[in-house]
Design a protein around this ligand. Sequence first.
Ligand code: CMP
Length: 233
Amino acid sequence: MDRWRAVPNDPLRGVALFAGLDLRSRRRLAASAESRVYREAQVLFREGDPGDVLFVLRHGAVAVYRSGPAGDRAVLTLVRAPNVLGEISLLDGAPRSASVEAIAPTEALVLPRTAFLDLVHTDRRLMDEVFRAMGAMARRLTEQKADHIFLDLPGRVAKTLVRLLASVEDEHDPVGLSQGRVAELVGGSRQSVNQVIRTFAHRGWLRTEGRSIVLTDLAALRRRAGLPEHPES
Ligand SMILES: Nc1ncnc2c1ncn2[C@@H]1O[C@@H]2COP(=O)(O)O[C@H]2[C@H]1O
């Protein structure tokens, strides 16, 4: 069962989608929201469900995945707080495009579609941010498609690790990216992905701590992923 919590003063602060909104609009939108708490491995929603709310992740992280006919699954991405989730159904009115499961204890604010869309229609700044977010997602999907064609497995593993872990400042990140999860994300067999991770560890590019991976040479991983050594270059 979800536990429900009171919404604090300015809970949408720090979420990129709402960065352009003033405090009053953020608070007004948040007033229509409810807070839900999920334990690790709990499903927030499934592919095909009606999409009538927007999720704003405040703490924790989730995996976005599609299930195959044999019950296997492909993880499309991991999303960490603070971030939004479920915006595709909200914008096109169609059912959920993918399933979402908590991969750590997670807290989300749930905003009704009507309250969100009313504000999108009246506030240019929010509309601009929605366009920006959709553009960023389209770019990411294009890049992932190109990576599947042009990068070898170690390159894809390196890029996935850089994309998901480079911005994590806390060495003891509670989300933890296990080797199995990396395999689900890059679309390789678990065995071959584990071999790549062992090689990277041997070279001193990362270390494994329990179930988690800690990056120790970001520049080397960026090079292996075909990225410039430093993000700003
Ligand atoms: N390829 C993807 N990359 C990042 N996020 C995604 C991807 N596919 C689906 N999502 C997210 O997962 C959500 C599933 O429900 P929605 O389709 O409403 O909105 C979707 C997005 O928020």
